[in-house]
Design a binder for this molecule. Sequence first.
Ligand code: SAH
Ligand code: SF4
Ligand code: F3S
Length: 460
Amino acid sequence: MSTSPRRYHITTFGCQMNKADSERMAGILENMGFEWSENPNEANLILYNTCTIRDNAEQKVYSYLGRQAKRKHEEPELTLIVAGCVAQQEGEALLRRVPEIDLVMGPQHANRLQDLLEQVFDGNQVVATEPIQIVEDITKPRRDSKVTAWVNVIYGCNERCTYCVVPNVRGVEQSRTPEAIRAEMENLGRQGYKEVTLLGQNIDAYGRDLPGVTPEGRHQNTLTDLLYYVKDVPGIARIRFATSHPRYFTERLIRACAELPKVCEHFHIPFQSGDNEVLKAMARGYTHEKYRRIIDTIRRYVPDASISADAIVGFPGETETQFENTLRLVEDIGFDQLNTAAYSPRPGTPAALWENQVSEEVKSSRLQRLNHLVAVKAASRSQRYLGRIEEVLVEDQNPKDPTQVMGRTRGNRLTFFPGNIAELKSQLVQVKITEVRPFSLTGKIVNLFDLDILNSEYSA
Ligand code: SAH
Ligand code: SF4
Ligand code: F3S
């Protein structure tokens, strides 16, 4: 190995799961003596943590990779790592496509980065994509934020949605124990973190693979039980969780959210399509009626809850009428936010082989129509905030205006207001909302929240 300073750069694509994995891998690298380099061209270890959910996500990885592979011809000391979902999907084929790569590692191997790198430094080209039991991480992640943190609760996915690569690349469900999750949260609380987002592809499926049944025969390691178990972690003022699957969403879970003061009033529950035939072809396991009932129940218990979701347009065979059923659902429910995407055929998934593919023109026109409706509905949902006082957790300076700070409401609306970040960072403040936009708010500070309660929890 060279004696030049060891500097690393990580580029992360894809979802929150990947962001959390990147933070852990960064922690491992720093533990090994690497220093972060903001500029990838000054780093001698480059790690791409990749996403393959849609074709454009995958193509982006290849274009980044191509540039660094070229650089390696002038700087043979450069270490190139491809981690994450493209790594898992392509495996050895990646080495044939880009022979400059030193290490290909699937998402289940994130915690093994040090081991794998040592093999690379011994002169090997390494591929780690075999399914494994994920090891509890012992290394401290290098978290991007000092205020909010991700905590994994369940890895993998046992569903088989006919469009989706995730089960192929993330493996079967593996839940962490409630004890390990609570211990991580307590640690975060001691370090001054205020908000935790519990993470899983289908977080409401949490615990199915853990033992534990009550005398009445009910499984006692559900997400609801977990929320009760972590409800009072000292220092942590807010708890969020994502992503929920309509198939596993229960009234008991909604009641827990209504009852537990730290659990935020925000639900992210993808519906994918508003048409029952399409939902069936997607193998989602629910109808639009069931989805609507879930939302009705949420609004009964938590009237002001904010609701977001994901949807796909142009799934194979989707007719104009079926697409209009998606529009109708969006019109009726009025989401606070909706992530929309045109269907993208993915290798190794059933729907990619079907002959009834929808043309690109139709997909992109449906996407535009849906996005337009989403913006209109989100704008009207934002109106309810005008003039209200909202609790905001201050995360950072507004990058576009240094006289302002920014944070999120409990309902997850991004909110800006005048203030000094040095004073306000990590504080819960009350903000009067003076201006609303479809996906963000502006206001002015009312007063500092009483943090004594949190402080007294500490000393207790
Ligand atoms: N587990 C979550 C979703 C994880 S993937 C759930 O089941 O709801 C994130 C989102 O990507 C999905 O909700 C879906 O809307 C989108 N997506 C997944 N595969 C896709 C594909 N082949 N084409 C377009 N969008 C896709
Ligand atoms: Fe993909 Fe379906 Fe699993 Fe979500 S539930 S990750 S969409 S297979
Ligand atoms: Fe992408 Fe993998 Fe997440 S495919 S969306 S990074 S699980």
